[in-house]
Design a protein around this ligand. Structure first.
Ligand code: FES
Ligand SMILES: [Fe+2]
Length: 359
């Protein structure tokens, strides 16, 4: 299979600038979970591409504002979560839920500010939609709805998000590689045997199915016979899980979001955030499934299954970081484009989507 991107696409500042200007604002980017902003006044602060945003629960309605003060441009909310009104930490300007300037300390000292000018300093508002518990933000005012954007992946993303139970583990790593390398690494299992020999690579069945859509990819890998035997002995305990699967299933949504599950029993929610041309943040959260009755979630067997996922997560993510950095270092020395196997077909799907935004 042909790789549609050239080594320079991962290494040139002008291309990164164009991605920030043309690609990220036009796509739906994952921004958080509804449960994180469930109360009135609760907020999340994150980034879409290189734009700082904050999502606020305004009496049950989600609103997304530019998280940059109109006075002298401080990023206002610097923690990932919180609750309360939007107040700039620099000089204390305050904003209402629609982004209007609501209060200016020592207002009479601004003789150059009239009401029209203040109205023009309103924070930009962005578009927000949800799929189940997942919140997505689009910076551009115009574009497809989130449902259209997700296509056939919608039902599964909704179902998986509603299956998320207890948050078990969070890994945040800074990877010295272009964000596309980190995405592409997440879109193939071919590397599992070499990069993750003691975890993902140890029990592979090599029976897999790939499906690709306009903005999503789906990967399903059947479990190996020894794992299936072990799973057969414990799966009854998980019988009430909302996503009743026996395999490993991974969904990605272009450009930077993915959710995967080990037999519907644990889930990983992965977000890749570009920081600069060659610096990327990889944020991975592991969740247990919801079970019914909820007391089952505390049983020894379920805890043991969860402990396995918790122990695996930082190891796997750390190994991926190391290998992505090695690829970034090698790319500047590449003389031709990469060659891909069928097992790497999701990378081509990602690149096709990429080329629709940046021809
Ligand atoms: S920069 Fe925000 S109040 Fe001054
Ligand atoms: Fe990996």
């Amino acid at each position: 299979m042909d790789n549609l991107l050239a080594p320079k696409d991962y290494a040139e500042s002008s291309i990164f600038a164009s991605e920030m200007e043309n690609l990220f604002p036009a796509t739906w980017v994952f921004a958080g979970l509804r449960r994180e902003v469930s109360g009135d006044g609760d907020w999340i602060a994150t980034r879409v591409g290189d734009t700082s945003i904050t999502i606020q629960n305004d009496q049950g309605r989600l609103r997304v504002l530019h998280n940059v003060c109109s006075h002298r441009f401080a990023v206002m909310r610097t923690q990932p979560h919180g609750s309360g009104p939007l107040k700039c930490p620099y000089h204390g300007w305050m904003y209402d839920c629609e982004g209007n300037v609501a209060a200016i300390p020592a207002r009479p000292r601004f003789s150059n500010l009239d009401e029209d000018k203040i109205a023009g300093m309103r924070l930009r508002q962005f578009t927000v939609e949800t799929c189940g518990d997942l919140i997505f933000v689009r910076l551009n005012p115009e574009g497809p709805s989130l449902r259209e954007y997700c296509g056939e992946a919608w039902d599964t993303l909704e179902k998986f998000s509603q299956a998320l139970g207890l948050e078990l583990h969070v890994t945040t790593l800074r990877v010295s590689a272009n964000w596309k390398l980190v995405v592409e690494n997440s879109l193939e299992s071919y590397h599992s045997g070499c990069v993750h020999p003691e975890t993902l690579g140890s029990d592979r069945s090599y029976r897999f199915e790939i499906k690709t859509g306009y903005h999503f990819t789906r990967y399903e890998e059947a479990i190996s016979a020894p794992v299936a035997a072990k799973w057969g002995r414990i799966k009854n305990t998980f019988a009430s899980r909302p996503a009743s699967l026996d395999d490993y299933v991974f969904y990605s949504l272009f450009p930077t979001f993915s959710i995967d599950t080990l037999r519907g029993a644990t889930f990983a929610l992965n977000v890749i955030r570009p920081l600069s041309l060659t610096e990327t943040e990889l944020h991975s959260r592991v969740f247990a499934t919801r079970l019914n009755p909820p007391e089952l979630e505390k049983s020894a067997l379920v805890r043991a299954f969860n402990d396995y996922a918790i122990s695996m997560a930082p190891l796997v993510v750390g190994q991926d970081k190391t290998i992505c950095e090695a690829v970034q270092a090698g790319l500047s020395q590449a003389r031709f484009s990469a060659t891909l196997s069928e097992e790497e077909a999701r990378i081509v799907a990602f690149q096709k989507a990429y080329r629709r935004y940046l021809p």
